[in-house]
Write a protein that binds this ligand. Sequence first.
Ligand code: NIG
Ligand code: FE
Length: 450
Amino acid sequence: MGRTTLVTGIAELTTNAAGPGTRDGDPTGLVADAAVLLDGDRVAWAGPEREARDGVGHALGGRPPDATVDAGGRAALPGFVDPHTHLVFAGDRAGEFEARMAGTPYAAGGIRTTVAATRAASDDALRAGLARHVAQALAQGTTTIETKSGYGLTVEDEARAVRIAREVTDEVTFLGAHVVPPEAAGRADEYVDLVCGDMLAACAPHARWVDAFCETGAFTPDQTRRVLEAGAAAGLGVRVHASQLGPGDGVRLAVELDAASVDHCTYLAPADVEALAGSWDGAAGPGGAVEPGRAVGPGGAVGRGGAVGRGGAVGPVAGRRGTVATLLPGVEFSTRQPYPDARRLLDAGVVLALASDCNPGSSYTSSMPLCVALAVREMRMTVAEAVWAATAGGALALRRDDVGLLAPGARADLVLLDAPSRVHLAYRPGVPLVAAVWQSGVRVPPTPAP
Ligand code: NIG
Ligand code: FE
């Protein structure tokens, strides 16, 4: 048993789990007038405050908690799970953004500008930038973050990126297939050989996932398939960038290859939507709150400590589950493209996550509250759907069952809002509403000054 903290006075608690005080059929497991007990790095109890005496007494064997924090009528929710960022990079592309706002369209080729800056940067400069971005995300409530390589594109530079990324998160993705680098221009298939060969061998030990950008201007579906199959054969879980700039075969390929997530999904054909929805047949999605330690997919009994163990050891991605569509509204905001049709996806039964896609080109924001606000305002998600997608949805996109929810056994990742309800995340866009964050039971200090 670790240090125990009881948080009381929560006007509205989003648990994303069935438990005391929740309503049947509410996937967000909302509890009014709630309390949460944190025990070391885990949640020990969550429920209505009027039941806390019994719940906490039972959880602590009659001992009082070590500390009590009064939330003072604020809303609380699980820490955000951001399952898609690109934070190992140097430089920025503010000029490209400015030109875009004046009418120049976004193109995948801009990635090469960041590749040049990243290759030229020292390890320490990359580390410092990464730490700064992760701290900014954490201050905005992101307690679990995935991040990718993809701005190195040589064996050494990609291996360096995943190694540095692994210093800050277990959720590291090898994205050697981001674009064809300039020195391999016109020789994409040869570059894919390198990605599937020496580059993968150098990166796989530091990564949990393999990803590829399946899009005109990046990689074809055949090239994408080769990369993802090679990554899977090396023990990595699969995720895909697809249908960001136009329609294509990437979404169906992702489902076929049992990707945990296919990201962007801005231009979808009916067959894509059908494939995404079908991948969840019989599995727990928004209609079925996921509890820690429970199987969350067909034939996929993935207990706690299965995918990512208590001590943070990253194991292989296990168990057949569905493919999440991860929507990245920061991209559409920042590239002036049409937003993906979240309503159509939800109505078809597709499981959605929201992510920031924080990167210097297409979406230079790490703010999950902004993503929630955009999803509600621009993509017609309800507040409940958007908050679920930014927490539990992100966890499913990473095939994690220990984060994205507040229930006994889950990781003690808690966000307190300076607001009485989660609605304020969309209602008050741009306002710093994250009042306090606990990550693995530790209260996070405010972002340090540079
Ligand atoms: O997810 N789509 C590919 N990769 C990034 C963009 C990276 C960049 O423009 O630097 C994305 O949007
Ligand atoms: Fe991306």
